[in-house]
Design a protein around this ligand. Structure first.
Ligand code: PMP
Length: 782
């Protein structure tokens, strides 16, 4: 669009003179045309002659006299924009357009040298310019917030003359370049030319892809008014630069021009941005351009004013003074620098960690420094994956994790981002509900009952009531209490390598986490399914475990089983294993708890893992994938078990089942259904398992491939050492994979089973990539 115009039209007001009508003539016109009388006082201005009209009761009107060359269409557009704002959000505080007695918003007065001066009259907006207040962080945020409100009001406005070219528009940088040669100081001149040239080359081409609307275009510390104690913004004046432009240009101008003269202008600019972003959230690309746009605005101001100072007699002194201010502003911005500017923006707007290669261009904190800080501030030795090469993750996207340097890693491990990292349906649902309300289950709201109903609809038999908590551990803890309450017993059965959580009660149910032999008396370990090579399985037959609990006076309250046997080594249970175990526990009067924290929500190619085992539990616990990363876990049981628990206890969890968590849960179910992820887990999982089995035939170290759906285990052993668990080699394979851009976990009592558990949006092409990387890693490590 801009290309169609010639350069001269943007520059035509650089050297043109402001009109200087005699006050008496203007007063006469005001009285005749508007019926307004009062004393006139000069109000300065850039291209219009501006006058205050002080009526008897104080200054109450403002008159603008245009240069003869002004395009009446543009003036009409400015007045239309003001009327639009006043109509759509009267509280913003913009000059009210006062029409003549004949109802015209402008009056055309023939000019001496030909053409016409267009006179416009406005009601005075209360308040003093922000430049004359102490510009506190709170006031600067208020400037941003009110500006966002102005731009929201302008969103629906359009006028063909909004597309006009304008001197102060940063997009005119290529044309304004010529003015920079009038900057007397060589260093400053070079800096300004450098900024304008970089801007023209790197930023201008990106602006065309941004959201665009009519903006004020000149929100400076003099054009923004404030009043009160503490001061708050009362409105904006001077709509002479209204133009259709990228929305972010509006904010960038305000960030450049409202902190003028402050010692730390970029800090203040960030407060303006924060206020704006709270009301009108910025997009990533917009955020990434704020610094360049603000810098270009300061450079452009310096160039235009220097050119005026050089070429126009009147006002030379003050213009030169403003050039000096521009220099101080540029120096202050340069002292912060690009990286410092984005770091400040990130702190103030609480933006996510940047990707170094991403649009913000700022580098993330160096990984080593971050690691040292983590060691100092968190638990000493708190485990990190890949201690030799920790992954500094900053973004997630489907099956990908992106590190601080922009590297992409195929995530074959994470079962929490179940429907894909940052799935937009879940992200939007969580963001909107967070913005609407978050509270607790002591109040009525529909998402918690809707979610309970959706879960019940997916469960077999009587499993129809739920309680919500925040983690798998809490869910198992609660399930255990329910079983104890229902049966009146205190003894539990778990598999020998089980993990069920980190609370006191569930840690007791987790032999995989217990120091050797440190299993409490009320817990008995049963033998897990066969499958693991090279290690004794541990545990005892269920009948012996039940007898031991009886003998110890505990009785059998429940068996708790992870349907994937994950920490046991990801085992394929033979048909009847689970049914037999459940039958024996029920015969002994105990309840059967399916821990679906890993297996649930379609991962195994059936909606619930227990379905694959042909059993119906009494209690089901859910966690990890339920909220796709938002903390959400649940216990689903029968009305009878729930009634027994309810009789003995009141129950409340502050965050459990909050509206945001339940909305996340509902959105996850939506995606699983809409994208048919349960079926995909079955088909992609069996493809991957078959490809891994093929790989196993080529590598003697691959002792076994197990699991179903998208939960697979690859066991590595030492063929030359009687098939002993290849513990160190497994760690080496996982590290080699990480260096090859593929993330997996390690599982099993011998830490020799690669755990493959990707988001369910994993496709065949991802499986191929994984298998090729594993092929290389095993060949190198074994
Ligand atoms: N049960 C199983 C089977 C698990 O794998 C886990 C987590 N690894 C838990 C329970 C505990 O879940 P959380 O970490 O959310 O407390």
């Amino acid at each position: 669009m801009l290309m169609d115009h010639n350069t001269d039209s943007a520059l035509q007001f650089v050297h043109s003179a402001r009109p200087a009508l005699a006050h008496d003539d203007v007063a006469e016109l005001l009285a005749a045309r508007w019926g307004i009388s009062g004393e006139l006082v000069d109000a300065g201005g850039d291209r219009d002659q501006n006058l205050f009209v002080t009526a008897a009761e104080g200054p109450s009107f403002f008159v603008k006299v245009g240069q003869p060359g002004e395009d009446p269409g543009v003036l009409d557009m400015q007045l239309a924009a003001l009327r639009h704002v006043a109509q759509h959000d009267p509280g913003i505080g913009v000059p009210e357009v006062i029409s003549t007695a004949d109802g015209d918003p402008m009056y055309a007065l023939p000019a001496d040298g030909g053409g016409e001066h267009r006179l416009r009259v406005f009601r005075f907006v209360p308040g003093r310019p922000v430049s004359r207040h102490e510009r506190t962080p709170a006031l600067m945020r208020d400037v941003g917030a009110r500006l966002a409100r102005l731009d929201r009001a302008l969103r629906g406005f359009f006028h063909p003359h909004a597309l006009h070219r304008l001197l102060w528009d940063v997009r005119e940088a290529p044309a304004i370049r010529a003015c920079a040669f009038d900057i007397p100081d060589a260093g400053m001149r070079d800096r300004v030319l450098g900024i304008l040239d970089d801007f023209s080359a790197d930023v201008l081409p990106r602006l065309a892809g941004l959201r665009s609307q009519v903006i004020h275009g000149d929100v400076t510390a003099d054009n923004t008014l404030a009043a009160g104690d503490p001061p708050a913004v009362t409105g904006f004046i001077d709509f002479g630069d209204v133009v259709q432009a990228p929305l972010v240009q509006e904010l960038a101008v305000a960030m450049a021009d409202t902190p003028y003269g402050l010692d730390a202008p970029w800090e203040a600019a960030c407060q303006v941005a924060a206020g704006f972003d709270e009301r009108l959230p910025l997009e990533d690309e917009e955020l990434s351009l704020l610094w360049d746009l603000a810098l270009a605005r300061v450079a452009l101001t310096a160039a235009v004013l220097a050119s005026r100072a050089a070429g126009r007699a009147e006002g030379t002194g003050s213009m030169a003074g403003i050039v000096g201010e521009c220099r101080r502003q540029l120096e202050a911005f340069d002292a912060v620098g690009r990286a410092g500017a984005f770091a400040a923006l990130r702190r103030t707007l609480r933006l996510p960690e940047p990707v170094a290669a991403g649009p913000c261009g700022a580098s993330a904190q160096p990984t080593e420094a971050l690691r040292r800080q983590r060691d100092e501030r968190l638990m000493p030795g708190l485990a990190l994956f890949y201690p030799e090469a920790p992954l500094h993750a900053v973004r997630g996207e489907g099956v990908w994790m992106i590190d601080a340097g922009g590297g992409r890693h195929l995530d074959c491990y994470n079962n929490v981002p179940h429907v894909g990292h940052c799935h937009p349906h879940v992200v939007n649902a969580v963001a909107r509900q967070t913005a609407a309300l978050n509270t607790n289950t002591r109040y009525l709201y529909d998402s918690v009952t809707e979610y309970a109903e959706r879960l019940a609809g997916k469960m077999p038999g009587e499993l129809g009531v739920a309680l919500f908590v925040n983690s798998g551990s809490e869910a198992n803890d609660l399930a255990w209490r329910m079983a104890a309450a229902y049966t009146g017993r205190r003894g539990a059965l778990v598999t020998a390598g089980a993990y069920h959580g980190c609370t006191a009660a569930t840690a007791a149910l987790s032999p995989s986490d217990a120091p050797e032999g440190d299993i409490p008396e009320h817990v008995r370990m049963v033998v897990p399914p066969a499958g693991l090579t090279g290690r004794p399985r541990g545990g005892e037959p269920a009948a012996a475990a039940i007898a031991a609990l009886d003998a110890g006076g505990f009785g059998t309250a429940a068996v708790m089983v992870d349907s994937t046997f994950a920490s046991d080594g990801i085992l394929d249970a033979p048909e009847g294993y689970m049914a037999d175990l459940f039958a024996q526990v029920r015969d002994a009067g105990g309840l059967c708890i399916a821990d679906e924290v890993q297996a649930g929500f379609g991962r195994l190619g059936k909606f619930w893992g227990f379905e694959a085992h042909g059993v119906v539990p009494d209690i089901v616990t859910l966690g990890k994938p339920a909220g796709n990363g938002y903390p959400l876990a649940a216990v689903v049981t029968t009305p009878e078990v729930m009634a027994a628990f309810a009789q003995r206890r009141d129950y409340f969890s502050t965050f459990g089942g909050n509206p945001v968590a339940c909305t996340a849960g509902l959105a996850v179910l939506d995606v699983i259904e809409r994208e048919d992820l349960c079926r995909r887990a079955a088909t992609v999982g069996s493809y991957l398992r078959q490809r891994l089995a093929e790989l196993g035939r080529r590598h003697a170290a691959i002792a076994d491939v197990r699991g179903s759906g998208l939960f697979l285990g690859v066991e590595l052993s030492r063929p030359r050492d009687d098939g002993a668990p290849a513990t160190e080699e497994t760690a080496a394979v996982a590290l080699a994979l990480r260096r090859d851009g593929v993330l997996v976990g390690i599982e099993g009592p011998g830490a020799n089973v690669l755990k493959i558990r990707p988001p369910l949006v994993f496709r065949e092409e991802h499986a191929d990539r994984f298998v090729a990387a594993l092929d290389r890693a095993v060949a190198a490590a074994m």
